[in-house]
Write a protein that binds this ligand. Structure first.
Ligand code: NAP
Ligand code: HSE
Length: 404
């Protein structure tokens, strides 16, 4: 018997319980072992749960879990940052393997936890932390043995992609769709983490650090979210035969790398334009394998729980990759070199703003209601500088890069 200590019984935790129960026979056939949830940690013991389970399994005392010698694997799906870091460290210190879906904790403590797990000869697996149900980290780690990965690009947040898709396809308002995404269980407990791009940034930090085999920290990634996009912007972007996606991208250049999370305008016929709703997709470029693309459900109860279960099965079968997957390359950040053509919308207008904006633009889309332009090819830092000279608040404008 393999004992599981489940930390969290929300969207993902409930999915883990459900799949384990439904697939018991198949799992036993595969592993020759019964995988059993021994204890479940929650915040509120008295909360009504949407699944039927033995109430005695539920506890609010982590000590009962960590001290239980029959628990072999800690599955952390709480979402809380600092307490989950504590739980994970305690798990490893008590010789328990760790599986988590929590990208916030992986992103913030990636190097520390990975080293701890290696020293202790234990598994630290986090497939569900990136791309929800998409098996992407395991194949990426496999490719790292044979390839130098030079680029990773992806739609990494189900909530944002769901919002943008429904705004674009159905003309729904931002706030209305955000509420639906929350009700569907896609959004983080604090949905600002999704819409302001923090969640995408954390996933990109994980993907980028693995891909380039050097530390790319959260602070090294330029971040813009979708929280200021309006139906007006969507109409302008539609008229460009394009759509808009929140893309994360890490690119290796000759002398360093760039890393960004930014609303990105893509032609309606392009690959990423057709990744819709809560689906995610991640594309890599490797020097030998060429281009690799992964696609699937980026959020939601069962897809995410499925990824958690895949990690658990790898541990039970002892088929997980041993050792620390992180590399030690020293990387130089070249984000100040980021440049391109950008869609720029400004909600205020006066002579000074008109002149400054027209000066850097190759095409004026409209001056009715708002100013919307396509800029010349400019450096992003120069564009930000221009906007700061105009004393604009962040709420007054929206920028999206235009992908060639
Ligand atoms: P959720 O629905 O908010 O559930 C969180 C669960 O953790 C709840 O059962 C809560 O207890 C418990 N909890 C929270 N803080 C705790 C603490 N400090 N100590 C003990 N228990 C605590 O969250 P979720 O959507 O399942 O997400 C869980 C994790 O998976 C997050 O890191 C999230 O980013 C990640 N993830 C989620 C998805 C998704 O689609 N939802 C996809 C991929 C990854 P109570 O029930 O008592 O409140
Ligand atoms: N809130 C996240 C999203 C959950 O919407 O993508 C999956 O990581």
């Amino acid at each position: 018997m393999v004992g599981i200590g489940l930390l969290g019984l929300g969207t993902v935790g409930t999915g883990v319980v459900e799949i384990l129960e439904k697939r018991q026979k198949e799992i036993y056939k595969l592993t020759g072992q019964e995988i059993k949830i021994k204890r479940i940690l929650v915040k509120d013991k008295d909360k009504d749960r949407e699944i039927e389970l033995d109430k005695n399994l539920i506890t609010t005392d982590f000590k009962e879990i960590i001290d239980d010698k029959d628990i072999d694997i800690i599955v952390e799906v709480t979402g809380d940052l600092e307490s989950s870091y504590y739980y994970i460290k305690e798990a490893l210190n008590n010789n328990k393997h760790v599986v988590t879906a929590n990208k916030a904790v992986v992103s913030k403590y990636f190097e520390t936890i990975s080293s701890m797990a290696e020293e202790k000869n234990l598994a630290f697996l986090y497939e569900a932390s990136v791309g929800g149900g998409i098996p992407v980290l395991k194949p990426l780690k496999e490719q790292l043995d044979l390839n130098s990965i030079t680029e990773v690009q992806g739609i990494l947040n189900g909530t944002c992609n769901y919002i943008l898709t429904r705004m674009f396809n159905e003309g729904l308002d931002y706030d209305e769709v955000l509420k639906i995404a929350q009700d569907l269980g896609y959004a983080e407990a604090d949905p600002f983490a999704d819409v302001e791009g923090h969640d995408t940034l954390r996933k990109l930090r994980i993907l980028g650090t693995l891909s380039l085999q050097g530390k790319i920290e959260e602070e090294d990634i330029l971040r813009e979210g979708i929280e200021r996009i309006t139906s007006f912007d969507i109409r302008q972007i539609k008229m460009m035969n394009s759509t808009v996606k929140l893309l994360g991208e890490v690119k290796e250049l000759e002398d360093g790398y760039t890393a960004l999370v930014q609303p990105t305008i893509v032609n309606t016929n392009s690959y990423f334009a057709n990744v819709n709703y809560a689906f995610n997709s991640i594309a890599f470029k490797g020097n030998n394998v060429g281009e690799l693309k992964f696609y699937g459900s980026g959020a939601g109860k069962l897809p995410t729980a499925n990824a958690v279960l895949s990690d658990i099965l790898d541990i039970v079968q002892n088929s997980y990759r041993k050792g620390n997957p992180l590399g030690e390359r020293d990387l130089v950040n070249l984000n100040e070199e980021l440049n391109g053509e950008y869609y720029l919308r400004i909600s205020l207008s006066n002579e000074k703003i008109y002149n400054a904006v027209f000066d850097i633009s190759k095409k004026v889309l409209t001056t009715k209601d708002n100013i919307a332009v396509v800029t010349n090819k400019v450096k992003l830092i120069d564009l930000y500088e221009q906007l700061s000279k105009l004393n604009l608040d962040k709420e007054d404008y929206f920028i999206a890069r235009i992908l060639d």
